[in-house]
Design a protein around this ligand. Structure first.
Ligand code: UGA
Length: 429
């Protein structure tokens, strides 16, 4: 099918590329000229495993094109996906001005029936506004359908999540766009759920909030475990084997971050409030997440006492493993708190260092994780990168003034660490 994607951020770029991979003809539109140039040459602006190869492959095959012109995208495709940012505003609601702008641009360029699909994460009832906007700003007065088709990809696993989705959600206001939407997704062999537009929009917020709730739940359990002398990983295993609960997203730590969960929680709470429901449960999820970081910082200060002039090695800057994304990263938040208390930091992240430099200028960036501990008073694990499990512990111990490790992601085994002579503090164990 002929598709265009407006916005080549995380969602737009991965979606467009995977659509090309299953044989669709895709035009990706972005107003950033430098980015378009880079993509046309087969380069990509983000780190995402497997993506660069696919972009190169389909730029070469001709299935994937990049342009600055929304009009070109609209004219040459039957289905137009909106994948622009929906950033948070100070009151927790979402800034929908990019969506509105793109809806107007699409409307202005439409000269025949089009399906306009919203892929960006938006509050419920946005589809109604997009429909109204297109109607109002389309001089050709052609027919169109608006569809809500939320994305569920995780950064770091985005290509895999897109190629093998658990489900595809298609929210429609009429039956007319259903066949085309199904045709787009048939190659992905996933269950397709057709709903009304409001329900589709709600599914996205409800899914992310539930996952965030799961994390806050296990973090709360971790706190009880600490008080009771139990082990949260054993508890997670014990409850997670119940299929109704599931083990995934039950990893306790310093809390969730990233550009999705914190923003989507706030947005969901806000839209619920606007339509008359006080979502207290989700407010508590936010509180637990904030407390989790406070408790971890307290663990560090309880052990190291005064942080002023202490040197601390930090492993991890990205908001989670397999990504270079440091937006709303708990690891960065932690670094900023340690710096505020007067510590100096030596930091390492397998992929996130370049992007961290803009927000954390006054720290020492260390290329090799095994050099981070050198001359430090303690080591901290802040991101769950698998490779940190391969840290040369003997060498780190030699480099530190004292063998102290604060593990905010529970990567090491407490009994083994103790046996090796470490003062080892993790979460909920
Ligand atoms: C999340 C959802 O998982 C995706 O399904 C969704 O499509 C995406 O948001 C989105 O709305 O675009 P993402 O933000 O990429 O994906 O990352 P996650 O893998 O969900 O992790 C989010 C945060 O939770 C990270 O900071 C991670 O360290 C933390 N986390 C995750 C935990 O603390 N414990 C866990 O058990 C799992």
């Amino acid at each position: 099918m002929k598709l265009s994607i407006i916005g080549t951020g995380y969602v737009g770029l991965v979606t467009g590329t995977c659509f090309a991979e299953v044989g669709h003809h895709v035009i990706c539109v972005d107003n950033d000229a430098a980015k378009v140039k880079m993509l046309q040459a087969g380069g990509i602006p983000i780190y995402e495993p497997g993506l660069e190869e696919l972009v190169k492959k389909h730029v070469a095959s001709g299935h994937l094109k990049f342009t600055n012109s929304t009009a070109e995208g609209v004219e040459k495709s039957d289905v137009i996906f909106i994948a622009v940012p929906t950033p948070p505003q100070p009151d927790g609601s979402v800034d929908l001005s990019y969506i509105e702008r793109v809806a107007r641009d699409i409307a202005a360029a439409m000269t025949s029936y089009k399906i306009v699909v919203d892929k960006s994460t938006v509050p419920v009832k946005t589809g109604e506004k997009v429909t109204e906007t297109i109607k109002r700003y389309c001089p050709a007065k052609v027919e169109f359908d608006v569809v809500s088709n939320p994305e569920f990809l995780r950064e770091g696993f985005a290509v895999g999540d897109l190629m093998k989705p658990d489900r595809v959600v298609i929210g429609v206001g009429s039956q007319r766009p259903v066949a085309a939407m199904k045709e787009i997704y048939t190659p992905f062999n996933a269950p397709i759920i057709v709903t009304d537009i409001n329900s589709a929009e709600l599914i996205k917020h409800a899914a992310n909030s539930f996952l965030a709730l799961k994390i806050s739940y296990i973090n709360a359990i971790a706190n009880v475990c600490e008080a009771a002398g139990a082990n949260v990983q054993e508890v997670a295993q014990g409850i997670g084997l119940d299929e109704r609960i599931g083990r995934r997203f039950l990893n306790a730590g310093i809390g969730f971050g990233g550009s999705c969960f914190p923003k989507d929680l706030s947005a969901f709470i806000k839209i619920a409030e606007q339509i008359g429901y006080d979502f207290k449960l989700l407010k508590e999820v936010q509180h637990i997440n904030a407390d989790q970081m406070d408790r971890f910082v307290k663990k560090i200060t309880d052990t190291l006492w005064v942080l002023r002039d202490k040197k601390i090695g930090v492993l991890g800057l990205a908001f989670k493993q397999n990504t270079d994304d440091v937006r709303s990263s708990p690891a960065i938040d932690l670094c900023q708190r340690l710096l505020k208390d007067g510590a100096t930091l030596r930091v390492h992240d397998p992929k996130g260092m370049e992007k961290a430099k803009a927000i954390l200028p006054n720290v020492t960036y260390v290329e090799d994780m095994n050099d981070v501990a050198e001359g430090c008073d303690a080591l901290v694990v802040a991101t769950e990168w698998d490779e940190f499990k391969q840290l040369d512990l003997a060498r780190a111990k030699k480099g530190l003034t004292h063998p102290i490790l604060f593990d905010g992601r529970n990567l090491f085994n407490p009994a083994e660490m103790e046996k090796l002579g470490w003062i080892y503090k993790s979460v909920g164990r």
